[in-house]
Design a protein around this ligand. Structure first.
Ligand code: FES
Ligand code: FES
Length: 165
């Protein structure tokens, strides 16, 4: 009898997502984006380009900002992942999320989860970033609606409110 093809056969993948342990059965090359959205019903993570260009699918893996459309789920086996659903606590938005609302940083919303996670990543490293550092920190995330200034202002406002966590 032939051995199962390790690339084509489904396998068991263990992830910790937003602090919760999850086990999924998936093909190793399935995109992490699809596992999050379809297997775990975490649809806050959005698909834009599907090619690593727009940042809509951004999540944090082990504290690093990554495009989940480019990550085969096998590569994330054992990882700690934070998606947009992992930021609010007990239904209360983080200061960063509230700043996006207050500053008009979210319009159609497709880019917003990725933008907020990119901003979260930036503020974790640099609690008081300059405008240039905000531009740089969000440079991998595209927005078609806002012209970016409201988004940059939201991140600056979050920093002013002390949203380092
Ligand atoms: S959908 Fe992943 S970078 Fe655009
Ligand atoms: S708010 Fe629509 S793409 Fe950014």
């Amino acid at each position: 009898m032939n051995e199962p093809d390790p690339v084509r056969a489904k396998c068991e993948i263990h992830l910790t997502v937003n602090g919760k342990r999850e086990t999924v059965i998936a093909y190793p090359m399935t995109r992490l984006l699809d596992v999050l959205r379809h297997d775990l019903a975490l649809t806050g993570t959005k698909e834009g380009c599907g090619e690593g260009e727009c940042g809509s699918c951004s999540v944090l893996i082990g504290g690093m900002l990554v495009n989940s459309c480019l990550i085969p789920v096998l590569q994330a086996n054992g990882a700690e992942i934070v998606t947009i659903e992992g930021l609010a606590e007990d239904g209360r938005l983080q200061d960063l999320q509230q700043a996006f609302l207050d500053c008009g940083g979210a319009q159609c919303g497709i880019c917003t989860p990725g933008m907020i996670l990119a901003a979260r990543h930036l503020l974790n490293k640099k609690p008081q970033p300059t405008l240039e550092e905000i531009r740089e920190g969000l440079s991998g995330n595209l927005c078609r609606c806002t012209g970016y200034m409201q988004i940059f202002e939201a991140v600056a406002e979050a920093a002013r409110r002390g949203a380092a966590t």
